[in-house]
Design a binder for this molecule. Structure first.
Ligand code: URA
Length: 230
């Protein structure tokens, strides 16, 4: 059984009408992104170097390495999580652990290949013992993410969990308050949809249904706003 079918089955959705003809992955600009892999963009590389050398907060002392982000540039879709975990800290790649496997399933359920999506985090260093990010850490790291978003130029942003949603939106509202609406990022007004973090969904599988509602909202928003002019 494929990843999409697995994710839908776990959500209790047994009947899936194949909408691949209308899915974002079927859109040429998304499909083309999957092999663009332009991690060589000079400016993005400069930013990566600055992040790698960053010692603005205490997290640099305990990190094995920074976890910058991965994906095509420009990207149609950008997914933003909270912070690297142990495995990400070891490999230097975002979302490679169990939460990452679920993220891949969520993306496939959306009709997106993981390598067609740019994936990054709010924090570029692992908080020890996987504790929550602290306010000052987010404050120091957020300008890197903001610059990264401007360079990656996503047309649709998916924020995973409370920390990502609050940081991107400059809000203190709960995730419950931030879900269910399309928000905007930057002067381009890039649409942002917030949903549950996959690590939370691993602990609370009953919420996968609600996450699926968010994913569908993101997909419809992308189709309505980002596919008509291309
Ligand atoms: N959780 C995150 O928020 N980001 C990762 O990269 C891994 C787990």
């Amino acid at each position: 059984m494929g990843a999409r079918a697995n994710y839908l089955r776990e959500m209790g959705i047994t009947r899936w009408v194949d909408a691949s003809r209308n899915s974002p992955a079927a859109h040429p600009s998304v499909a083309a992104g999957s092999h663009a892999a332009s991690q060589t963009d000079g400016t993005l590389e400069t930013l990566r170097g600055r992040v790698a050398a960053c010692e603005l907060c205490g997290l640099h002392a305990s990190r094995q390495q920074t976890v910058f982000g991965l994906g095509p540039v420009p990207a149609e879709w950008m997914v933003i999580g909270e912070a690297p975990g142990a495995e990400e800290d070891r490999q230097g790649v975002p979302f490679v652990g169990r939460a990452g496997a679920l993220l891949t399933e969520m993306l496939v359920a959306l009709g997106l290949q993981r390598n067609a999506v740019y994936v990054a985090n709010v924090l570029k260093c692992r908080p020890p013992d996987n504790r929550d990010p602290q306010g000052a850490e987010v404050e120091h790291c957020l300008p890197y993410l903001t610059k990264q978003i401007h360079l990656v130029k996503p047309r649709m942003i998916l924020a995973l969990g409370r920390f990502a949603a609050q940081a991107l939106l400059g809000s203190r509202d709960s995730l419950g308050q931030l879900r269910g609406r399309v928000h905007r990022f930057g002067k381009e007004g890039t649409p942002i949809v917030a949903t549950y973090h996959p690590a939370y969904l691993l602990r609370s599988p009953a919420e996968k249904r609600s996450a699926w509602v968010d994913l569908k909202q993101a997909r419809v928003t992308y189709q309505q706003e980002c596919t008509s002019s291309t």
